[in-house]
Design a protein around this ligand. Structure first.
Ligand SMILES: Cc1cc2nc3c(=O)[nH]c(=O)nc-3n(C[C@H](O)[C@H](O)[C@H](O)COP(=O)(O)OP(=O)(O)OC[C@H]3O[C@@H](n4cnc5c(N)ncnc54)[C@H](O)[C@@H]3O)c2cc1C
Length: 419
């Protein structure tokens, strides 16, 4: 491999964005990616369920500010309005919630977000999100389960209030036809990526940096590193000299949560009386696991479930059959004992926690760690070493859009350093 101006470590959203910007600026670039594919935590399986299924990222959140929205449109990819087509069905036990109950549910969502924002805006030290949230109302535990285990993929007890409030998502949600992983694969086409190249060591102290691994070695004048924070914290790449203690601490303060995405294929024509894009949840008590179930997304003959938080980590250890059994029990509890038979045996089950190249799904900040994203995003060595990735974005953390924007920010710093 020949020497380059810019080395990018990792070909996920952040790495692809950085590489595209540096290539467009006329720089020589090399992206080293440990996996045999690009896209990182955005990956579409197009074969197993007979239709595209995103094992990782699915939605383009905050569509009005998401840099991938115009890029997808420029490629001619249809973007479906997920909010407009979603048919929400909420259960209390086996019955559907009444309109009056749904109004209360809606009010509980609004109250949760207001209380969290007010508490985060009040003077005083950081504290766990769980300390400030509304409790005692009939829907408070359900909203908390959504906001914690489901959306943030970890319990609110272990999460920084200040960071949580700063990263609450707003805006529309779009789904690219063919999958979000497939969109990233398209956006990476033609970039100078070497797959199967895991960086094991980075010497970065001098005028040039040198990356080493099974691929050999590569010299670069600037480096952008997009490793997920769990890998940085575990020192999966050895930095020589070691990273400043504040950067190491920032990686420790931004651990990844856990979640399983599980897809089931319809066994036949039975659609269980549910409309396309049926998005179901149920009222839960405090401490009870909430498993959202989505049926017939985009009219495709499949369903998918989301299991978030520590239970996901536990089920990953037990294996895919354990997760499938839990999801089939949830389907039966909501739709009746015969309902699971509408799905063929066997499920497509993600395993991001067990994956050595991600070790989780996306980052949250530990209590007291709300400043960590800014520390991690600040370039080192005058911009010649920068970190990028979802964990580095102040407001869109945990998303593909945030990862993309942070990759572009790191590329701007590197281009400036290169002169
Ligand atoms: C189940 C799940 C659902 C999600 N849902 C959504 C969603 O709906 N919408 C949304 O916006 N976001 C979602 N996300 C989050 C989104 O996927 C991530 O925020 C985003 O993809 C992260 O991009 P990244 O570039 O920061 O990291 P990554 O995509 O993890 O990229 C880092 C890359 O570095 C590579 N790498 C690691 N170590 C090395 C090494 N030593 N040498 C070389 N390469 C290395 C990895 O293989 C990887 O490709 C979801 C994530 C998961 C897992």
């Amino acid at each position: 491999m020949s020497d380059v101006d810019l080395l990018v470590i990792g070909a996920g959203a952040a790495g692809l964005a950085a590489a595209r910007m540096a290539v467009a600026a006329g720089r020589s670039v090399r992206v080293l990616e440990a996996r045999g594919r690009i896209g990182g935590r955005a990956h579409t399986d197009s074969t197993t369920l007979g239709a595209p299924f995103d094992l990782g990222a699915t939605w383009l959140h905050d569509a009005e500010h998401n840099p991938l929205v115009p890029l997808a449109r420029a490629l001619g990819i249809t973007l479906h309005d997920s909010d407009a087509r979603r048919q929400e069905l909420t259960f209390i036990g086996t019955r559907r919630a009444t309109p009056a109950e749904l109004e209360e549910y809606e009010a509980a969502w609004t109250r949760f977000e207001r209380v969290v924002r007010e508490a985060a805006g009040a003077p005083g030290p950081d504290r766990p999100v769980a300390e400030v949230i509304p409790r005692g109302g009939p829907w408070d535990a359900t909203v908390a389960a959504w906001q914690g285990h489901v959306i943030a993929a970890w319990p609110l007890e272990a999460m920084s209030l200040h960071d949580f409030a700063a990263t609450l998502l707003g805006g529309g949600n779009l789904v690219p036809e063919g999958g979000l992983g497939a969109l990233l694969a398209r956006l990476g086409e033609g970039l100078p990526v070497t797959t199967g190249a895991r960086v094991e060591r980075l010497r970065w102290g001098g005028v040039e940096a040198v990356a080493e691994g099974g691929f050999g070695s590569l010299r670069a004048r600037a480096v952008i590193c997009t490793l997920p924070t769990n890998l940085l914290a575990a020192e999966a790449v050895r930095f020589d000299p070691p990273l400043p203690p504040a950067v190491q601490q920032a990686a420790q303060d931004l651990p990844l949560g856990h979640a399983i995405k599980l897809g089931l294929r319809a066994a036949g024509a039975d659609r269980l009386g549910l409309p396309d894009n049926a998005s179901t949840d149920r009222q839960v008590a405090e401490g009870e696991q909430l498993v959202p179930l989505n049926f017939w997304p985009g009219g495709r003959p499949l369903a998918f479930a989301w299991i978030g938080g520590p239970l996901a980590a536990e089920l990953e250890r037990e294996g895919p059959a354990a997760a499938e059994a839990l999801v089939r029990a949830e389907i039966a509890a909501r739709l009746g004992h015969g309902a699971p038979a509408a799905f063929a045996p066997g499920a497509l089950v993600s395993a991001w926690g067990a994956d050595p190249l991600s070790q989780g799904v996306y980052s949250h900040a530990r209590v007291g760690g709300a400043g960590a994203r800014a520390v991690l995003a600040a370039p080192l060595a005058g911009g010649r070493l920068a970190f990028a990735g979802e964990a580095c974005h102040a407001s869109l953390a945990g998303t593909v859009g945030g990862a993309w924007l942070s990759g572009e920010a790191a590329a701007r710093a590197a281009l400036q350093a290169l002169g």
